[in-house]
Design a protein around this ligand. Structure first.
Ligand code: TYD
Length: 343
């Protein structure tokens, strides 16, 4: 392993992985391959932009020619695929892009990897492939897939295609399935950065349904560390959960953010629920721990506090995002919901 193509490396989790690998592993050349959709942002890569072992190429994983050219130009021997459409609400409003990148794109990347004799292919998947979990069950890697949103179904499709390339073609693949991730540089459409940046401006916080849904929260640096561990030590053909082991009700996360921001709970607005909203995600990650992975962030409150401090100190980063396309999306997703809100 020498030359690593990190697809989606300008996004939230991808860029955290790139920043980590570029500084920790000067022995690898890191080539980011990113379509630069609304969520891909070169600002996320500023900390590594001048590093010797870093390159940025604009390209789409569903474009065979662009993938071939990147593989050949940089002598790529390893692929880490973060490229994906990721936001559940957008997958309900317009699912086409999800099928295109998360299913067709993954397939084209796999096919190209196989043709070019790629030595290792790591695919980044999600706990959402397991669907809503019942009782106090925690998902393990061999659990059946029961995706419920178009986003989750598209990720399950890509995840299974990776399996098929391993079994059918003998491609050296590994898959990671991460929990809900938070931290610096997260596009402010996801719960934590959306609510932090809205609360800083004293704007209403639209809580879907009763707010009692549960998510398992994982810091982005721990997610990136999990991907690194699986890349270096995972067994070919296997999948590994990356969990925060920190399940919280949405409303408790929201109240904690308001407390840390010193903002009133009157900002909370209960709005009509997301369609098909999963109640709970939670996973075991013993398999990853057996490879030696450990979390750096084991306490949720200080991790949220640090994240809030980052958004306060980096208004330049998110203020320019919350314009144009973002405002269009906001209107489509929230205008009618907020009009129907109960406090
Ligand atoms: P999100 O960050 O969209 O992640 P995911 O849907 O992939 O879990 O949402 C996290 C939780 O927060 C989820 O249960 C939906 C809820 N949520 C709201 O209540 N209001 C919002 O405006 C958003 C974006 C999310």
């Amino acid at each position: 392993m020498k030359n690593i193509l990190v697809t989606g490396g300008a996004g939230f989790i991808g860029s955290a992985f790139v920043r980590r690998m570029v500084s920790k592993h000067p022995e690898y050349a890191i080539v980011v391959f990113d379509k630069m959709t609304y969520a891909g942002n070169t600002d996320n890569l500023i900390p590594v932009s001048k590093s010797q072992n870093f390159q940025l190429v604009q390209g789409d994983i569903a474009d065979r020619e662009a993938v071939r050219s990147a593989f050949e130009s940089y002598g790529i021997d390893t692929v880490v695929n973060f490229a994906a459409e990721t936001h559940v609400d957008r997958s309900i409003l317009s699912p086409d892009a999800f099928i295109y990148s998360n299913v067709v794109g993954v397939h084209i990347l796999l096919e190209s990897a196989q043709k070019h004799g790629i030595e290792r292919f790591l695919h980044v998947s999600t706990d959402e492939v397991y669907g809503d979990i019942e009782g106090d069950h925690l998902s393990v890697e061999d659990d059946p897939f029961k995706p419920n949103s178009p986003y989750a179904a598209s990720k399950a499709g890509g995840d299974l295609m990776v399996r098929a390339y391993h079994v059918t073609h003998g491609l050296n693949t590994v898959v990671t399935r991460g929990s809900n991730t938070f931290g610096p540089y997260q596009y402010p459409e996801k719960l934590i950065p959306f609510f932090i940046t809205e609360a800083l401006e004293d704007r209403p916080l639209p809580v879907y349904g009763d707010g009692l849904q549960m998510r398992d929260w994982l810091h982005v640096d721990d997610h990136a560390g999990g991907v690194e561990t699986v890349l270096l030590k995972g067994k070919a053909g296997e999948a590994y959960n990356i969990a925060g082991e920190n399940q919280e009700h949405n409303i408790d996360v929201i109240r904690l953010m308001l407390k840390l921001l010193n903002k009133p709970e009157t900002l909370i607005k209960y709005v009509p629920d997301r369609e098909g909203h999963d109640r709970r995600y939670g996973m075991k990650c013993d398999k990853l721990k057996a490879l030696g992975w450990e979390r750096e962030y084991n306490q949720f409150e200080p991790a949220v506090e640090k994240t809030i401090a980052w958004y306060k100190e980096n208004e330049w980063w998110w203020r320019k995002i919350k314009t144009g396309e973002y405002l269009e999306y906001y209107k489509q997703q929230y205008a009618a919901r907020l009009a129907a809100a109960s406090s």
